[in-house]
Design a protein around this ligand. Structure first.
Ligand code: GRF
Length: 299
């Protein structure tokens, strides 16, 4: 299991969202520690109440590099795969960047490179942009300048205040961060210049359902049209490839399509979503879902 360290300074809603995605089986990872540079941060309390190691490491009066070296020391015994800054209000010093090259992520509540820095929802509103959003990026020595892993767009409304805009952006942050963490933990990307490019993942060694879903992309493009293929491709790219995820996608598919169409997953082999429900994993689906599947297959 890949191990995360989360660095916070305050409220901790992004940390909590990551913890919730993990607890619900949507993100395969483990939070090994939460470190706060602010001893008063509510995030520390959230960590303790979830039984997650909470480390208070005040940074007041300490320069960034010295502080970064202390964080490196605290994390060293914990075997951390990825550090996630979640509302961490200090610049990340060189010792930490050097110890975790391309292994530190940050979330920023604007569409970078627009509006880096602080109070960015207010800045976006005052500038008059019609769309804002959030960005997950690798951390480098600059302020909000690292390569972008993912972004989510949020429309700006005429009656928005910085607070209402921030609230809608935050909802997207809570989803986007875990999706991007999954991508980075999967290792299925490469960095070309500033671009984080997703790479095709190895099919071998994946659970059978993953192979089926990946095969389905090719097949559906050919047989069922681009819209469904695009949907499958979206699922595949946003999945952390756990079987649990794919089960949820299949369930979502069934609900949305009301099993009105049998999605053939294996060319000529006749394996469909509905067959997977009924024949492979009946116990994982509700009676209602099984009924939908039966209806679609005319059983
Ligand atoms: C979020 O808006 C995040 O994008 C920014 O700081 C805020 C932290 O909020 N970097 P929370 O502590 O995660 O609730």
């Amino acid at each position: 299991m890949k191990r995360l360290a989360i660095l916070v300074s305050g409220r901790g809603s992004n940390f909590e969202a990551i913890a919730a995605h993990i607890a619900a089986g949507r993100l395969e990872a483990e939070i090994a520690a939460v470190i706060s540079n602010n001893p008063e941060a509510p995030a520390l309390g959230i960590a303790r109440s979830r039984g997650i190691r909470a480390i208070s490491m005040p940074s007041k009066g300490i320069d960034s590099d010295t502080y970064a070296a202390q964080v490196v020391e605290a994390l060293a015994p914990l075997g951390i795969d990825l550090i996630c800054l979640a509302g961490f209000m200090r610049r990340v010093g060189k010792p930490l960047l050097d110890a975790y090259p391309q292994r530190i992520l940050n979330i920023h509540p604007a569409l970078l490179p627009s509006f880096p820095g602080l109070e960015v929802q207010k800045a976006a509103l005052e500038y008059g942009v019609k769309f804002s959003g959030c960005t997950v990026h690798f951390v480098d020595a600059g302020v909000d300048t690292g390569a972008i892993v993912g972004q989510a767009v949020v429309p700006v409304r005429d009656d928005d205040s910085p607070e209402t805009l921030a609230e809608r952006i935050l909802k997207e942050e809570h989803k986007l961060y875990s999706e991007c963490i999954a991508v980075v933990l999967s290792g299925a990307y490469r960095i070309e210049g500033r671009r984080v490019v997703r790479t095709a993942t190895e099919l071998k060694g994946k659970p059978p359902l993953v192979r089926l879903m990946e095969q389905a992309e090719t097949d559906t493009r050919q047989y069922l049209g681009p819209a469904i293929a695009a949907q499958l491709s979206y699922w595949r790219q946003h999945a952390s490839y756990s079987e649990g995820d794919l089960m949820r996608f299949l369930k979502e598919w069934l609900r949305r399509e009301q099993a009105s169409r049998v999605l053939t997953i294996e060319r000529n082999g006749g394996i469909s979503v509905e067959k997977i429900v009924l024949d492979f994993y009946p116990e994982r689906f509700t009676e209602e879902e099984r009924q939908l599947a039966r209806k679609a297959l005319g059983r």
